[in-house]
Design a binder for this molecule. Structure first.
Ligand code: GSH
Length: 227
């Protein structure tokens, strides 16, 4: 058994810049389970580095003899393997509700953010990743990075509308999980942290309840979660 868990974590040209929404939720989940881990900076094109996992995407977690890829599979693995640590989902009902939060976060929040962030991400990733990133994202979104950049302001409205849903919720409760964060918080935090780490313009105004909640999530886990 290796002494420390390893998490392959998407990095920019600067290896200290970690911006994957899926890796952020996994880092918070590990911190929630009070599990120590070290991260390995990984670039989009370093597929051979994680080939052992059977995945071409991160996060990939190596926990002793066990390798798990995919943030949802990792969360379920952690919940099943470490039942004595705080629960990520808060039981079967919480698990079911978290499925909705995940679909909303990926299908609404991340789907609106991707159109704002892709031009900025392109500039901050490693040069060796840029041709792959351009080709794959332009094919996926059906638009060139330059055209997306020119349309940026038009893409803000759907993101701001999604943010408003979150804002109303967080005006009435400290965390999505209630008094303390749950995996639902980790998921939505990850989406917004992706924006915070990559956007060339601020996405949240000072004092926004959403920004205060993000701060509270990070403070809750302290040093255990990384940067
Ligand atoms: N469903 C996967 C999605 C993971 C994912 O899309 N990861 C991105 C980083 S945010 C990735 O590894 N991209 C590599 C690529 O696009 O080739 C999960 O939940 O872990």
């Amino acid at each position: 058994m290796s002494a420390v868990r390893k998490l392959y974590d998407l990095a920019g040209a600067d290896p200290e810049v970690r911006f994957s929404p899926f890796c952020w939720r996994t880092k918070l989940a590990l911190a929630h389970k009070r599990l120590g881990f070290e991260t390995i900076p990984w670039r989009f094109t370093e597929k051979e580095e994680i080939a052992f996992s059977g995945s071409k995407l991160v996060p990939v977690l190596v926990d002793g003899e066990k390798t798990v890829a995919d943030s949802q599979a990792i969360a379920e693995y952690l919940e099943a393997t470490y039942p004595d640590a705080p629960s990520l989902f808060g039981g079967a009902q919480g698990y079911a509700l978290t499925a909705f939060v995940r679909r909303w976060s990926e299908g609404v929040l991340q789907a609106s953010l991707v159109k704002i962030l892709v031009p900025d991400i392109y500039k901050m990733i490693h040069p060796k990743d840029q041709p792959y990133f351009r080709e794959s994202r332009e094919a996926r979104l059906g638009i060139s990075i330059e055209a997306l950049d020119a349309e940026r302001s038009a893409h803000m409205a759907p993101f701001l509308a999604a943010l408003q849903t979150l804002r109303f919720t967080l005006k009435g409760q400290k965390f999505l999980g209630g008094d303390t964060p749950l995996y639902a918080d980790h998921i939505v935090f990850g989406a917004l942290q992706w924006g915070v780490k990559t956007s060339s313009v601020p996405l949240l105004e000072d004092g926004d309840v959403v920004g205060l909640w993000m701060r509270a999530v990070l403070d809750y886990y302290g040093d255990r979660v990384g940067k």
